[in-house]
Design a protein around this ligand. Structure first.
Ligand code: FE2
Length: 392
């Protein structure tokens, strides 16, 4: 392939998707086809080896000069991003390869999106909401968890201290995605549970989101048809079948929220993660049951203006139907019972969250833009009431 015929980074009509057990072995060929010669590998400190993704590294090193970077923490932080940008500007890769969970993939996306920002300007750029408009390097993403769906979205989370920001932009869409379910088997039971339930919550939130479209709902429904029957086996004793269902389901949930964005349960989760150290999926799942009940019982006057009461009723009937019921409280209980079976603690006291002041502070930290995408309007007092209804 000559330089003139190389695909333009970030301009592919649709990413190449390699799927199946062993798909990770295709990475060197993908990198070769893109003509990349300098690769920045952004991957987890231990998950890269534990997942088995490392076995393609010797072959990749035959194709390109590879520099590995794993010196970043979970829940992508601006200081780590600035260090990564400095490394990127030094190494000047023509391809960034993100392999790992949601944080590693978000970091790879942010690096290509902020490739031209001076390291000491990273925080001001994040705070100004600078979008990731274009990139000069190719981007290839391979999740090792099922899953955040981060490989499918054009946005990424980054924290400045305790403040959560969402960066968006077309530059963060990858040129190629490698979905290898065999990589997802090595995580702990808790990791599989928290990642898997993140995908379930993303699909449910996508269904009722203000920004949902027919297309996003198709992705979300398909995702849930795969995720819900598979998640317990995947957490308790993952086999090939459940791993495949979770890998595809998580990816489809990612494609759903790429269109619809997420809603109030996600908006509340960031404060829970930062203040109380709860893993992302666990933090989202903590309130989703309460939102299922609240959304299914909300009177039409509480709906956002863009939501028709008929559509909302139909959507919520479908959500309740996922739990085999038409009763909002029974659906909430059914979701919370699922969390119990997955080993995800739901009692606030056991999670170190005080039922008084902590809940008011959590409600106050919510990003109001995210709440505007929630089908039911909530103010801070409404969120406090919802949080107070959680198990203590
Ligand atoms: Fe999520």
């Amino acid at each position: 392939m000559t330089a003139a015929s190389l695909p333009v980074p970030g301009r592919s009509a649709a990413p190449i998707v390699e799927y199946g057990p062993g798909a990770i072995d295709q990475v060197p060929a993908i990198v070769g086809r893109m003509g990349a010669q300098r690769v920045l590998l952004v991957c987890g400190r231990t998950s890269f080896e534990a997942s088995g993704a490392d076995r393609m590294l010797p072959e990749l090193e035959q194709v390109a000069a590879v520099r590995r970077w794993s010196a970043f923490r979970p829940n992508t932080d601006s200081a780590d991003l600035a260090a990564g940008v400095a490394l990127l500007q030094d190494h000047r890769p023509d391809l960034v390869l993100g392999i790992g969970g949601g944080s590693a993939l978000d970091m790879a996306k942010l690096l290509v999106g902020y490739h031209d920002v001076a390291p000491d300007q990273v925080v001001p750029a994040i705070e100004a909401g600078r979008p990731a408009e274009r990139r000069t390097a190719h981007l290839v993403l391979a999740p090792t968890t099922s899953g955040s769906g981060a490989e499918a979205t054009h946005f990424a989370v980054v924290y400045v201290g305790e403040e959560k920001h969402s960066i968006t932009g077309p530059a963060m869409r990858p040129d190629a995605i490698v979905l290898d379910p065999a990589l997802t088997l090595s995580g702990s039971r808790y990791q599989r549970a928290t990642s898997g339930i993140d995908a379930v919550t993303q699909a449910i939130e996508s269904l009722w989101s203000v920004a949902a479209t027919d297309r996003s709902r198709r992705f979300a429904r398909h995702a849930l048809r795969l995720l819900l029957p598979a998640i317990e086996t995947f957490v308790d004793g993952p086999d090939d079948r459940s791993a495949r269902a979770m890998a595809i389901g998580s990816h489809l949930a990612g494609r759903a929220i790429d269109i619809s964005k997420t809603t109030a349960a996600h908006a509340l989760s960031y404060g829970i993660t930062k203040r109380h150290g709860l893993s992302h999926g666990h933090a989202v799942a903590l309130t989703l049951g309460a939102f299922i009940e609240a959304h299914a019982t909300a009177p039409p006057r509480h709906l956002q203006p863009a939501i028709s009461p008929e559509d909302h009723a139909r959507t919520l009937a479908a959500v309740l139907g996922l739990f085999g019921t038409s009763d909002p409280t029974a659906a909430r209980r059914s979701f919370e019972d699922l969390l119990d079976r997955l080993g995800l603690e739901t009692r606030l006291g056991a999670l170190g969250i005080d039922a008084g002041e902590d809940l008011r502070q959590l409600a106050a930290t919510v990003n109001t833009e995210r709440l505007g995408n929630n089908p039911v309007a909530f103010d801070t007092d409404g969120l406090v009431r919802l949080l107070t209804s959680l198990r203590h």
